[in-house]
Design a binder for this molecule. Structure first.
Ligand code: PEP
Length: 246
């Protein structure tokens, strides 16, 4: 699974060019394991192009709100269901950092979303926490938002070390692989029906380093920010993933 997180980037012109480049460079019709989370205002435009080009790319939102009604600017789980989005990113570190999101509100969002679309729950440690060997402690705490859930449907965790996002720095692939195994074990042992999640890696993934990650046993794909903003580079990452398809 390869997910593009466009964050607050783009325009209609950028999206049009993106798909022209993507289709030129990615000729396979198999695209059901690819997802795009555009800015919400462009969801309709992206949906239309995906349909016109007969692509199977999944659509998702970058966030949602647990509440609905008098919540100016919010998007509810009911709307995600109504619009047939396949997934929503939840708990991205930028939401935690700039919008002061806490695990308690992330938990409410996941609980609202679980029967509606696939949650892509982002977890990961800061640089300080990494240096203080707190990775497992921090991630275990962040994964507690899943407590009490009955996972009938798919759940995806994105391991995104905060210090690797948009910085060009990445952990070693062996370290990522080990943490992914840890995440799978924690979620499996806390889930009622022993569900093992897909675990994606996110943090400065690009065309040059993606293959290293994709070849690791417990890395099921990637959540990609910067390198997903150009159709050609994203297509090349997808092709790499295809080559090491598990
Ligand atoms: C992200 O923000 O989810 C991300 C992975 O960003 P980047 O690929 O730019 O590091």
């Amino acid at each position: 699974m390869i997910i593009a997180n466009w964050k607050c980037n783009g325009s209609k012109q950028m999206i049009f060019t993106w798909f022209e480049e993507f289709v030129k460079n990615y000729i396979s019709k198999e695209s059901s394991y690819i997802g795009i989370a555009p800015p919400t205002i462009y969801l309709e435009y992206v949906k239309r192009i995906i349909s016109e080009k007969s692509l199977g790319i999944k659509l998702g939102t970058q966030d949602l709100d647990a509440a609905s009604g008098a919540m100016t600017g919010a998007i509810s789980a009911e709307m995600i269901l109504d619009y047939e989005c396949n997934f929503s990113i939840v708990g991205h570190s930028e939401r935690r950092q700039y919008f002061d999101e806490k695990n308690s509100s992330i938990k409410e969002k996941i609980h609202k979303l679980i029967d509606v679309a696939t949650p892509i729950l982002c977890v990961g440690e800061t640089f300080e926490e990494n240096k203080n060997n707190l990775i497992e402690e921090v991630i275990s705490k962040q994964l507690r938002v899943l407590e009490g859930l009955n996972f009938q449907n798919e759940i995806v965790i994105a391991y995104e070390p905060v210090w690797a996002i948009g910085t060009g720095k990445t952990p070693l692939k062996e370290e990522v692989n080990e943490i992914h195994k840890f995440i799978k074990d924690v979620v499996q042992s806390s889930s009622i029906n022993s569900l093992i999640p897909h675990v994606l890696y996110g943090g400065s993934v690009n065309v040059d380093n993606c293959k290293d990650f994709f070849n690791c046993e417990f890395i099921d794909g990637a959540l990609i920010g910067g390198a997903s903003l150009e159709g050609t580079s994203f297509a090349n990452i997808v092709k790499s993933f295809n080559g090491s398809y598990k």
